[in-house]
Write a protein that binds this ligand. Structure first.
Ligand SMILES: Nc1ncnc2c1ncn2[C@@H]1O[C@H](COP(=O)(O)OP(=O)(O)OP(=O)(O)O)[C@@H](O)[C@H]1O
Ligand SMILES: [Mg+2]
Length: 306
């Protein structure tokens, strides 16, 4: 469905913020992209949507169902966004317009992409809200965003994202700022996406484990590990992934590697990006490792070259 090949992104003359991202999202996949702040996750999603500012230089290829998106005209992209790709932006708990009712905002999206009357759109909006576990869809349509809890707003946004019928849903940090109970509601909403394909960026490992079938870990602009979720959460391969999972409360909060930002000077960029902090480092790690195949999984670490 979505094929990302050797995508690199720079802003001006700064070092790349995404380097050589290469992965495929197949129809029905639930792919979680995890990684620390600043590792290029949001920028990658924005590149797929064609929403990066003009100062961004992008190379590589991003294809949606065989159609190249990089270099697509704005008019074409406008059609694709919403109709083919739904987008739930970062920090979108506040993304609803406070001045309009939930129903008004949902109908606007529905009517933009489907030819129907206002009345039909309202009925669809109410049904959509209910399909996401929000009760009393009709009266909810008459509510303003401030009358809803954060978890409800987030679910309305997910519903709004897919109101136009998009098959591919991109979500950026959909649980940010929510407490555990509300996160459960958002997880539930994601489980209700049915056959849709999901590409979701998140910091929240527990959430990623719950909703994803596959995982990509990004670190300092690179993919460092990808594979199916179950194997990843049972036995992460990359030392950084291991440290990240060991730091979860249920694993005893072992901060084995620290989470300081990586060095960005030339020597450091030639070496493996986690060189400074890796418990397994050896001389060969002064040269950046490629993404190596380990069965069906991939990992950027020389240890697996043996
Ligand atoms: N418009 C921009 N102009 C210049 N640099 C940018 C721009 N947008 C993002 N960046 C830089 O790109 C890098 C990656 O940013 P990005 O927002 O993708 O991080 P992220 O992985 O989503 O982090 P977070 O988890 O905090 O959301 C950062 O160093 C950021 O400063
Ligand atoms: Mg981000």
């Amino acid at each position: 469905m979505l094929e990302i090949e050797e995508v690199s992104i720079h802003f001006g003359n700064n070092p790349e913020v995404v380097s050589d991202a290469t992965f495929t999202v197949n129809g029905g996949d639930r792919l979680a992209v995890i990684g620390e702040t600043g590792s290029g996750k949001s920028v990658l999603l924005l590149a797929v949507l064609g929403l990066l500012p003009a100062s961004a230089r992008i190379t590589g290829s991003i294809q949606l169902n065989g159609r190249e998106l990089l270099g697509c005209r704005e008019r074409e992209l406008n059609q694709i966004r919403g109709k083919e790709i739904a987008y739930i932006p970062q920090g979108s708990g506040n993304g609803l317009n406070p001045l309009y009712t939930v129903g008004h905002q949902l109908c606007e999206t529905i009517q933009k992409h489907r030819h129907c009357t206002r009345k039909e759109a309202l009925l669809q909006a109410a049904a959509l809200l209910e399909s996401f576990g929000l009760e009393h869809g009709e009266s909810l349509c008459r509510s303003y965003p401030f009358q809803l809890s954060g978890g409800m707003r987030q679910r309305v946004l997910i519903a709004m994202g897919i109101a136009a019928g998009a098959e591919l849903v991109l979500a950026d940090e959909p649980t940010k700022g929510l407490d555990r109970r509300r996160i459960t509601l958002v997880e539930d909403a994601f489980h209700r996406l049915g056959e849709r394909t999901l590409l979701c960026v998140t910091h929240d490992l527990r959430f990623a484990k719950d909703i994803s079938s596959r995982v990509i870990v990004m670190y300092a602009s690179q993919q460092i590990e990808c594979g199916d979720s179950r194997s990843f959460f049972e036995e992460p391969l990359h030392p950084y992934s291991r440290a990240m999972l060991a730091a979860l409360p249920e694993h005893g909060l072992h901060a084995t590697m620290g989470f300081a930002p990586p060095r960005r000077d030339k020597d450091a960029r030639r070496a493996c990006r986690v060189y400074e902090r890796c418990p397994w480092r050896s001389e060969r790690c002064r040269k950046a490792p490629p993404l190596l195949a380990v069965g069906e999984r991939k990992v950027r670490c020389w240890k697996y070259a043996d």
